[in-house]
Every structure is written in structure tokens, then in C-alpha cells.
Design a protein around this ligand. Structure first.
Ligand code: PHE
Ligand code: CO
Length: 296
């Protein structure tokens, strides 16, 4: 059965003028993509593959190649799913956009990764404020072929279901972990620091900035430190956390977080660009270009 997905546009609600999406999964309307949309994919694909040479970690590059994604056309979810299912038993499902937390967590806990079916417009090549097909497919899907990372994301989904029941405080701490690992994570390799975070690999500017700029901090991964650290949603990150390997992520997140959430509730939070005593500092950011704000 196939339904034609329709992106529900902005709507006036009691929370303001916000985008409203259906939370159901939808079939990818592949035959309806226009020439322009395939070209947006093509341009971004070629550009990022070039930028990521020597910047993204091998796991990302190699797994992306296994999917056979190419600049020729927007990939079909069906084709990617054959590789993904056989590889790590994950699958991608089409969605209209960002989902409510509980629904998102439930997908991940069941090894389903929601992918936005629509792609950005040609004038949005460098930036858009919500995930689109390019971010989700190019950025997230490759790492799901890595067995350890695939299990980590599922465990995160299960942890999300639990945190959601515990309340907004726990949820915020867990969300920061996702942000600083899955979206904006760096990894230490024998060849140097490399990118694995999806929010970085889908952005040309941030792919260069996160590794080469003197502005941001680069700090060794520490679970509780990350949980206490605020983050920027509308600028490049002020701090990146660097893991030593994907097993480290798995191991650090095995314990039950419930007592950790309880303990951290009593402790102050950290500004996005701050450096704390006890940090394993790889690079102390100069903070150049940061917009000063009271809050962070
Ligand atoms: N161990 C976490 C908990 O008890 C679950 C989790 C696993 C969270 C992996 C994030 C990543 O909540
Ligand atoms: Co993302």
C-alpha cells in the first residue's frame, strides 16, 4: 500500500507558528522527485565526499560506500534497506520530519531509523534549520552499518523511552548525549582526530571548522560532563567531545542512567563553550567569533 506523503506546512498553534508533521511513517515518493531535487542531492553528495576525505573516520566512508549511494540520483530507501537489513538488521523508514520524542525513541529501540523523505531547496545547500533527506541519509545511515554503533543507537532509543517516563530533566541530559555523539561526535584515530557525527558530515562548513578551527574546544569524551553541557542549535558547536572508539561509547552507556540523572539534578550545568577542571583537553578553544550571551 502506498500513500502519497504530503508535507504539512506551518500552522498557528498555542505554541506559536510551528511546522506540523504527521507522525506516521510514509512511503518515499521516489518517482515524484524533480530533476532539481536530484540535482541538489548530486551537488551535495559530490561536495561532501570531497570535503570528507581525510576528515571523516574510515567507518563512515567505508560504510557509505557499501550502500552504493551515488551522485546520480536520490537513493531509494528500498535499495538501502537491502544492505542495511543484511548488515545490522536496521531499516530506514520514511517520515515527514522531526518526530515527537517518544515516537522517535520507539523507532530507534526497534532498529528503525526515521529518514525525512524531502530534500532541501537549491538555495539551502549550506544550511537549513531542520533535518532533510540529505542530512538523514548521507549523514546518519552509513554509521548504522557499524555493528557497535548500530547497537549504541538502539540502546539510546531504549534509554529514551525510559528517560521520557522519568521526566524532562532526564530527557534533556539524554538528548545532550545524542547531540554530542551521534550528531556532533569526533573520534580519535591513529591518523588523527576524525568526524563521525551526522550533523557535521552533512555540513561543509562545520566539517572543516570542527577539525581545523582554533575556536572550539575539543575535549575527551566523558559521559557526565556531556550530560551537563548545554549546546548550540543555530551556530557551529563551541565544544566537540572526542571518543577513542565506538566501544567506549557502548561501555560508558551500559550502566542504568536513573541514579546518574538523579545525582546530576543537584549539580550545575556547563556553558556550551566552557572548559572544566578535570577535562581531558585536546584543544582549548580560543572562542573567536562566538556570540556572547548571558545564558550560555
Ligand atoms: N544505559 C542507559 C540508561 O539506563 C541507556 C542508554 C544506552 C542511553 C545507550 C544512551 C545510550 O538509560
Ligand atoms: Co540528525
Amino acid at each position: 500500500m502506498s500513500t502519497t506523503p504530503r508535507r504539512v506546512e506551518h500552522q498557528q498553534t498555542d505554541r506559536g507558528y510551528v511546522p506540523i508533521y504527521t507522525t506516521a511513517t510514509v512511503e518515499q515518493p521516489w518517482a515524484d522527485y524533480t530533476r532539481t531535487e536530484h540535482e541538489v542531492w548530486s551537488t551535495l553528495f559530490r561536495r561532501q565526499r570531497e570535503v570528507l576525505k581525510g576528515r571523516a573516520c574510515n567507518e563512515f566512508i567505508e560504510n557509505q560506500e557499501r550502500f552504493g549511494m551515488s551522485p546520480d540520483a536520490i537513493p531509494k530507501f528500498q535499495d538501502l534497506n537491502k544492505v542495511l537489513k543484511a548488515g545490522t538488521d536496521w531499516e530506514i523508514v520514511g517520515v515527514e520530519g522531526l518526530l515527537p520524542d517518544e515516537i522517535f525513541f520507539d523507532h530507534l529501540a526497534n532498529r528503525r531509523f526515521p529518514v525525512t523523505w524531502w530534500i532541501r531547496k537549491p538555495e539551502q545547500l549550506d544550511y537549513l534549520s531542520e533535518p532533510d533527506l540529505f542530512h538523514d541519509l548521507f549523514g546518519h545511515v552509513p554509521m548504522l552499518l557499524n555493528p557497535v554503533f548500530a547497537d549504541y543507537v538502539q540502546a539510546y532509543g531504549r534509554g529514551g523511552v525510559k528517560a521520557h517516563k522519568l521526566g524532562p530533566d532526564a530527557l534533556m541530559k539524554l538528548t545532550r548525549l545524542y547531540w554530542y555523539t551521534v550528531e556532533f561526535g569526533l573520534i580519535n584515530t591513529p591518523e588523527g582526530v576524525r568526524i563521525y557525527g551526522s550533523g557535521i558530515v552533512s555540513s561543509k562548513g562545520e566539517s572543516i571548522y570542527c577539525l581545523e578551527s582554533d575556536s572550539p574546544n575539543r575535549i575527551g569524551f566523558d559521559l557526565e560532563r556531556i550530560m551537563r553541557t548545554k549546546y548550540k542549535i543555530d551556530t557551529y558547536q563551541q565544544t566537540y567531545f572526542v571518543i577513542d572508539g565506538f566501544q567506549q561509547l557502548m561501555d560508558a552507556t551500559q550502566p542504568d542512567f536513573t541514579p546518574i540523572y538523579a545525582r546530576l539534578k543537584e549539580q550545575p550545568e556547563f556553558a556550551a563553550g566552557s572548559v572544566q577542571d578535570g577535562d581531558r583537553v585536546i584543544h582549548r578553544g580560543t572562542g573567536e567569533g562566538w556570540v556572547k550571551s548571558e545564558e550560555t
